[in-house]
Every structure is written in C-alpha cells, then in structure tokens.
Design a protein around this ligand. Sequence first.
Ligand code: BES
Ligand code: MN
Ligand code: ZN
Length: 501
Amino acid sequence: MTRLSLSIASPSTATADALVIGVYQGEDGPVAADPAFASVAAASTLAGANGKPGTVTTIPGAGLVSAERIIAVGLGRAPAASAADGEADDRAVHLERVRQAAGVASRSAAGRGKVVSTLSTIDLGAAAEGHLLGAYVFDTYKKPGQPPVGQLVLAVPSADKTAKAELRRAEITVEAVTFARSLVNSAPNDLPPAVFADRASAAARDAGLKVEVLDEKALAKGGYGGILGVGSGSSRPPRLVRISYAPAGAKATVALVGKGITFDSGGLSIKPAAKMDQMTSDMAGAAAVVATAIAAAKLQLPVTVTATAALAENLPSGTAYRPGDVLRHYGGTRGKGAGKTVHVLNTDAEGRLVLADAIVRACEDDPDYLLETATLTGAQVAALGNRTMGVMGSAALRDRVAELAREVGEGGWAMPLPEHLREGLESPLADLANIAGEPGGGMLVAGHYLAAFVPDGLDWAHLDVAGPAFNSGKPYGYTGPGGTGVPVRTLLAVLQDIAGR
Ligand code: BES
Ligand code: MN
Ligand code: ZN
C-alpha cells in the first residue's frame, strides 16, 4: 500500500514530484480551495482546469511552487457557507467530492514517488481515504503500467493526536475495503469456497478474531440444505465461515451475513454467456462482511460483531441441484427459519438459498441487529443502477443504513417490501418457492424470501449490492476496475452508529 504521512510544513515549498490542490467551480470560473493557491488555480485555468468534479489538470510547478508539477483536481461547487436546509446533506456531498478528487489525483499520480496533497486541509479523513482508495491496484495477474504513487504526504495545520487518530481510522477503513476488493478481484478458479475460507480465516486470526469454518461434512451434519444444494454441482465443496470479534463491555451484538458465491454460472438454469465472467464478483457480500468484522476489531468498536459468510460455487454438472428439487434449510435452535423447505424453480436464484441458512445460523446468537448483504439480483441493477445499493428490512434500520450509505459515498436507497409480493413465493409443494411466478420487483421478492428467515421484531437490513460491488466500466474517482469494496464503508458506518448509541 502507498505510504501515508502528515506534514505541517508549507506545501508550496515542499519538494515533491507533485503537489495536489483542489479547485472549486465558482460563479466566475475556477477558484482555489485554499486562497494561498489562487495564482496556481489561475495558471491551471489557463491549462483548462474548470473545477468540475472528476476533472484533473496537470501543470508544471516551476515559478509557482517547489514541487515539480501541480495536479489540480475539481471539487465542484463550493459548499454553501450556511445552507438553510439540507446542511448535513451538503456536507456529505462535499466530503464525497473531496474523496473522489483525492482518488482522481492518486490515479493520475501513478508512477510518481512523492506527492504532497493539500486536500487534507479541507478534510483529513476524506482526503486520506480517497487518496489511498484511488492508489489501490490489483496486480496479482498483471503488473500495472505505472506503479501506484509511492508516498503521499498530507498537509495539515497540526499533526496532533486527533489528526493521527483520523489518519489511522482512514487507513483501517481502506485496508478493509482493499481486502474486500482483492477477494472480489481474485479469479474464480483461484478462489473456491475453501480458499476463500482460508484467506478470511488467516486475516481474521491475524487480527485476533475467533474463527469457525464448517466444511461440507459439518454442513451436512448440521442440516444446511440451502448451502449444500447450491454447492452440489461443483467439485469444490461449500463452506460456512464465522468470524467473531467480542470486546469486553460491548454495547450491542451485531450479526453480519454475506453471500459468498465464488462463481455463479446460474447452475442448470444457466446464464447467457455474455458477462457471465462478471459473476466472479458474486462473493462480494461475504468479502465485505469478513473485512468489516476485522476492521471493527482494529478500530476497537465497542460492539460484538460476528460475520457469517455462506460460500458455495454454483455450477451445472451431473451432481448439481435441479429445478424441481426441494431443499430443507438449516433449522437452528430458535428463530422462525426452523428448517423451512424450498421448491427450487430456478437454480440461478441461489443467493437467497445460501443466505437463508446463514441468517438462521446467525440469529441463533440472538443479535440485536442483523445486517446482511449480497449481490442478489439483476433487478437491483435495473432499478437503481451500478452506484446505488437497494436497502430493505425493518423500517428504521433500513432508512438509517440507506442514509449512511449515501453519507460515506457508497450510495443507497430504501426499498419497500410490499405485502402482496410475498404471495408470489408461495408453493403448493414446499414452504416457499425460490422465485415468484409473476415478473417484476425482483429485488423486493428476493428481500421477502430473506425476511421469511428473520426473527420477528429483530432490527435488520438487507443490502442488495449487485451493481455497486463491481465496476465493469472505466475507473472514476477512487474506484478502479473490478471489485469496489462496497458496502464495507457503509457497514462500518452502521457499526460506528450503533456503537455511538
Ligand atoms: N448473482 C446474481 C445477481 C446479479 C446479477 C449480480 C447481475 C450482479 C450482477 C443472482 O444470483 C441471480 O442470478 N439472480 C437472478 C434471480 C432470478 C433468477 C430470480 C437474477 O437477478 O436474474
Ligand atoms: Mn444466480
Ligand atoms: Zn448469484
């Protein structure tokens, strides 16, 4: 990872390969975020800088600053000095602009040795996060054209305890996001359930968390029919991973549950060939919950967190589960799951099958909150696109999670679970069918399926990140190609929110 440090020295006289400055989009043209760089902003304007979010303009530093070059990044409109309404929203939008601009600067500074940034004088945490996330590259299979920026120096008015703590928090957050990204970016041939389980366990143990892994034998003994059914087509058997962080004096217990389909071909209800390769990202939910639990420990949050990752590979074969099969979900010792049966009508609606088992298991711990996340439906992408997760669940927690998702810049919107859509999952043969007969509202129908396994009265949220977890397009802001690490920062924000109650 790129090295990060703080400096109270004057950025304009610092020797560096590049100096990063922020530029707002003013009424009468671009304006330097820091008035000290007014002339620098004017020079960058001549070179085409306009202050629009996402833009980057590089000019020589000669005669202006000691750094060899200046990287001017757009921050959009300056935040209103006192917005009468929506002040909190305004601030969140501004911080996200800082994060994105820092990400753009880091990407454009690839190959440089030392870069000094002044975005940290706007907000240290946002600048640190954006810079580090933007500097991430996945180089397991191919060396990047330019190595990531070597050293990032963040200008600050004072490198006191508060600043250091903020920096450390950003580093832990980014470590979690990049851990999740790297799991998602690992090719599916390299990441069968057992390997995912090993990598998650190793990282969790390193951070002092407790780990439990159920292999196929233990899953059979426990009656995890959903996970076993989905995994039955692959020669590489399923796993259930549970990692726990339980600090003394915890204020609440949070169950995290994630979908970990290491590859989703659709099974016998096979997917079309186009874009099937992207189903390497179908374990992003599991990656996110594992990364979040580990980060919660490193941040020493006063909450007990157990991440449950349901891992299987969904492939067609002579041993695969079939459309028409009836599976029996994990029964558990409490909760309303109680070994429900499911009539499998489509083997491509596999996420809900592994998740139902995992939810019932997670709820045996009697958590105060259940946060579950999955790349669950194409319908999420159709409804909200690639940068806004759909959030369902109990009203108050659902709304809070969606709000926090927007605040951290991951994007989220609350979605309903209309009563009438539940009827679509009724089956004459079993307790449930895994798809609805009627088309439409697929994201919500999937939410209903999961809701059938959540104990009554439990605060819970389901985060469908089918679109946001994976960037199949061009890099933007602090997001490169492939795994994005969504929704790690949302989950961490929710844990922090719960810890602060
Ligand atoms: N993993 C997919 C959902 C998905 C789609 C994730 C696109 C990321 C991008 C999921 O298992 C799936 O196949 N869902 C089906 C459900 C359907 C059969 C009810 C879908 O959305 O088409
Ligand atoms: Mn599927
Ligand atoms: Zn899937």
